[in-house]
Design a protein around this ligand. Structure first.
Ligand code: ADP
Ligand code: DP6
Ligand code: CO
Length: 361
């Protein structure tokens, strides 16, 4: 390893968007490799609105790997961070920075330590898939720093070992995570169904009902569901396989009615599985239920779904409208039913007790 002076630091920075599942992943068949019990489909959001930004620094003066999340140091001892770091380090190549007079050889990466700083521009661990944006970004930034040549598919498989939903954030547009069959996870991969330009009339509105950290992480919630919920088994074996086919068809044909019906039904069934878990898990709260009611009443009145709603493992609503016109009507309805305090800027306004209403794409 050659460095001009001993005190050099080399950094890489990247940003990754979050993704929201319209057919949910909930349940693993392998906890270590993170292999799911069913396929899932998600839409990747615009990184300008909901994303993680990660900087990784390497220096011979660092004596161990460390990470800060939103400014607070967190432990890297969990298997997931270690798995991602190991997989990327194994693929690291020579890096030369002539300007700084640094040459890191492939074999040096095993001895060098990294410092990682990541920020989410949206609530962390609140059911807006921060783990998806976070691990996709971590893997991508490490690969950039270490000059890894693997393509998006390989990086996606590594991100999956950080958080399952992260494998879908390496692609834009609509993405399917195929559960695969192989015991080593080789065929459990994310594939892009259509890119972000294919159905670009869609508008996503995030109604942050609470930015507080959830009590039950997705990881432990789904572990309990796998062990105790019989509904989960039926969902994974019978319901999801047919819904995946219908959802792929709806996306291909840009059939918003079918897309909205499937999205809402799958969100509600996922939360039913949470209730069917012992002890039951309550991710949605009263405000979330009121948002569902607002949307459902509107659909009944018009005779067809006007917008789709979906809730991940948290109380925050993700609302998808078929056009800017409908999105603006939806915003008007939300502002009517959940009026903001006086003088609130719309961007930073919250639905119900503590929430934000934000247009995200
Ligand atoms: P969410 O619904 O936000 O995805 P999870 O319970 O699935 O919540 O995951 C939250 C965890 O994801 C955090 O405790 C942290 O370990 C990890 N995480 C969140 N953001 C990042 C990030 N930017 N970089 C790395 N890891 C992150
Ligand atoms: C409800 O990917 O956060 O958002 O793999 O244990 O990290 P781990 O779980 P995570 O679970 C996401 C669950 C979900 C649905 C989805 O994103 O498909
Ligand atoms: Co998550």
């Amino acid at each position: 390893m050659a460095g001009a002076q001993g005190g050099w630091v080399l950094t890489a920075t990247a940003r990754s968007p979050t993704n929201i599942a319209v057919i949910k992943y909930w349940g693993k068949r392998d906890e270590t490799l993170i292999l799911p019990v069913n396929d899932s489909i998600s839409v990747t959001l615009d990184p300008d609105h909901l994303s993680a930004t990660t900087t990784v620094a390497v220096s011979p003066s660092f004596d161990r790997d460390r990470m800060w999340l939103n400014g607070t140091e967190i432990s890297l001892s969990g298997g997931r961070f270690q798995n991602c770091l190991r997989e990327i380090r194994q693929r690291a190549r020579d890096v030369e920075n002539k300007e700084k007079g640094i040459h890191i050889r492939k074999e040096d990466w095993e001895k060098l330590h990294v410092h990682i700083a990541s920020y989410n521009n949206f609530p962390t661990a609140a059911g807006l898939a921060s783990s998806a944006a976070g691990f996709a970004c971590l893997v991508f930034t490490l690969a950039k720093l270490m000059n890894v040549s693997e393509d998006g598919a390989a990086l996606s498989s590594i991100a999956r070992q950080g958080s399952g939903s992260a494998c879908r954030s390496l692609y834009g547009g609509f993405v399917k995570w195929v559960k695969g069959e192989a015991a080593n996870g080789s065929d459990s991969i994310a594939v892009q169904l259509v890119d972000e330009s294919y159905w670009n009339d869609l508008v996503v509105i995030i109604a942050v009902v609470s930015s507080r950290q959830k009590e039950t992480s997705s990881t432990s919630g789904m572990r309990d569901s796998v062990v105790t919920s019989t509904l989960l088994q039926h969902r994974a074996e019978v319901i999801v396989p047919s819904r995946i086919l219908q959802m792929e068809e709806a996306i291909k044909n840009r059939n918003f009615g079918s897309f909205a019906r499937l999205t809402c039904a799958d969100s509600n069934q996922f939360h039913a599985v949470c209730l069917d878990t012992t002890p039951p898990i309550f991710y949605m709260n009263d405000t979330s239920h009121r948002v569902i009611n607002t949307v459902e009443r509107w659909s009944q009145f018009e005779g067809a779904p006007q917008v789709a709603y979906t809730f991940d493992a948290g109380p925050n609503a993700v609302l998808i409208a078929p056009s800017r016109e409908v999105a603006s009507l939806l915003l008007q309805r939300l502002l009517f039913f959940f009026p903001p305090p006086p003088d609130t800027k719309l961007e930073g306004y919250m639905v119900g007790d503590t929430s934000i209403l934000q247009e995200a794409g």
